[in-house]
Design a protein around this ligand. Structure first.
Ligand SMILES: Cc1cc2nc3c(=O)[nH]c(=O)nc-3n(C[C@H](O)[C@H](O)[C@H](O)COP(=O)(O)OP(=O)(O)OC[C@H]3O[C@@H](n4cnc5c(N)ncnc54)[C@H](O)[C@@H]3O)c2cc1C
Length: 466
């Protein structure tokens, strides 16, 4: 019997035991239904799990982790399934632990500015509840209407507003967690300050479901900004737009959003009828400021002045919330729209020190030109974090596309950057991790994994594949 059929066999036994203890309606073994858990939004090969458990509470999670460890069954946590690095794909088979039924908001504490949620709550639903309470939760990945907070914490999700407000880690105060085997604990604190012991909560944020499973999440909230204004600046070239980004940063301005959309992405949005932008526009910057009205007015004036000096050919201000929403819908849809530009696509998510942005854009374009494939970039330029898409139509160019991705990774690291800004390593980037981490750092991280999960059963096949 090979290892995959051994896993299938042990999973069948585990699923039966879990069904008896938690309720059979929570366990899925129907092959047609299992197919729906084979993929996320990455380019990872689909792998159908042997069983899915739709957990409803911490006791269900404990039962799955205990039973699975006893029977040597891999467990892959899954929240919204929107991950872009294959994190929720059960590459070694076994059980997928699905969180869609753990989607409750437990508490919003207005006095202490915090909230407690279950990990399956959809981010947009959470943001709406928080805003109803007059508060604000800034992390806003473009997938916000389908990703869930457990996945956001596990990936340390960012999004456009991270430039001013930071990423998910800045908002995680505490986590109720369970280890493989079922031991549960709380890590973190309810207070703003606190330095007792190691900061395990921060370590778990961004751990991609490989160290522990979250059953409850305590998040920091902030006051809702009073007003927002949105600008769209048109440039002839990506390099001038990237230089404008550097100029904004070095001037000390902190808009809440500073997004770049390159010519291929502008062209796609135009062709799809999403944007009425002149044919010769080489690049766009989408900029947003927030705060008190008088502060906004001043900041917009300074920005407009600076953008003109940086060769912006046109600056448009959104006139009302409908115009602003249209711009954001297009920006959020870019990842999907780009798919229609070519038959094949590999989406990357790299980040460079912000001053290196013009050089990075040039290097990515050159990598594509060298191998005869198109490169289309957009994303969080204010953070030096770009989603770089390699596109091609002819199957015979697949190898060239992979070489282009290798070139993009190398150029990013040469510029002092990282192979992933916010989408995580997961399965699809695992082969590149050794390019970034020193052997000593990688060895320490593998020892950490071993301490949390000695049998290597929690989300195997991710991050460290050797
Ligand atoms: C159109 C689109 C736009 C996107 N834009 C952005 C963006 O702007 N910024 C950004 O950061 N990301 C973005 N993403 C990527 C993705 O949405 C984020 O990584 C998101 O945080 C994943 O959340 P999820 O609920 O879908 O997680 P999943 O894909 O279900 O899982 C992600 C990881 O979390 C782990 N996990 C899930 N639940 C738990 C739990 N309870 N305990 C422990 N581990 C768990 C999984 O095992 C997996 O490793 C985008 C994706 C798409 C499709």
């Amino acid at each position: 019997m090979n290892s995959r059929s051994r896993t299938a066999d042990s999973t069948a036994k585990a699923a039966a035991l879990i069904g008896k203890q938690t309720g059979e309606h929570k366990v899925v073994v129907d092959p047609d239904l299992l197919e729906g858990f084979a993929l996320d939004e990455s380019e990872a090969e689909p792998v159908v799990p042997d069983a899915v458990v739709r957990v409803e509470n911490a006791e269900d999670i404990r039962c799955v982790l205990k039973t699975a460890e006893e029977l040597d069954v891999p467990v892959t946590p899954r929240a919204g399934g929107t991950g872009k690095s294959g994190g929720a794909v059960p590459v070694c088979g076994g059980i997928v632990m699905a969180f869609s039924r753990m989607n409750q908001l437990m508490d919003i504490d207005r006095e202490n500015l915090l909230a407690v949620v279950e990990p399956g709550m959809i981010l947009k639903d959470f943001q709406e509840e928080v805003e109803k309470a007059g508060l604000f939760f800034p992390p806003d990945p473009a997938s916000l209407d389908s990703c869930a907070l457990g996945g956001n914490v596990a990936e340390n999700a960012g999004g456009p507003r991270a430039f001013k407000y930071g990423v998910t880690r800045e908002y995680v105060l505490g986590l109720d967690c369970l280890l493989m085997g079922g031991t549960g604990f709380f890590t973190g604190r309810r207070t703003v300050k606190g330095v007792a012991g190691y900061d395990v909560a921060s370590l778990l944020v961004g751990s991609e479901g490989t160290l522990a499973v979250f059953s409850r999440i305590m998040l920091r909230l902030i006051r809702n900004p009073v007003g927002i204004a949105t600008l769209l600046a048109e440039f002839d070239t990506e390099i001038s737009a990237a230089r404008a980004v550097s100029a904004i940063i070095s001037r000390g301005l902190v808009p809440r959003v500073l997004e770049l959309i390159d010519s291929a992405c502008v062209d796609t949005a135009r062709r799809e009828g999403k944007m009425a932008i002149p044919e010769n526009t080489g690049c766009l910057l989408l900029i947003e400021v927030d705060g008190e009205e008088d502060v906004i007015e001043k900041e917009i004036e300074t920005l407009a002045d600076l953008l003109e000096k940086q060769k912006a050919v046109n600056i448009l201000a959104a006139q009302d919330s409908a115009q602003r929403d249209r711009l954001w819908t297009t920006r959020r849809e870019l990842s999907e729209l780009i798919k229609r530009r070519a038959v094949f696509k590999i989406a990357d998510d790299v980040a460079v020190p912000r001053a290196a942005l013009p050089d990075a854009l040039e290097a990515y374009r050159k990598a594509g030109d060298r191998y005869g494939v198109e490169v289309a970039s957009f994303g969080h330029a204010g953070d030096g974090n770009l989603h770089v898409n390699v596109l091609w139509n002819d199957e015979a160019l697949a190898d060239n596309a992979r070489k282009t991705v290798d070139g993009i990774m190398q150029a990013t690291l040469d510029l002092g950057g990282t192979i992933t800004g916010e989408h995580g390593v997961g399965h699809v980037k695992a082969k590149y991790l050794a390019m970034e981490l020193s052997p000593e750092s990688a060895a320490l991280q593998k020892r950490l994994k071993n301490t949390f999960d000695p049998k290597g059963l929690l989300n195997p096949g991710k991050l460290f594949i050797t």
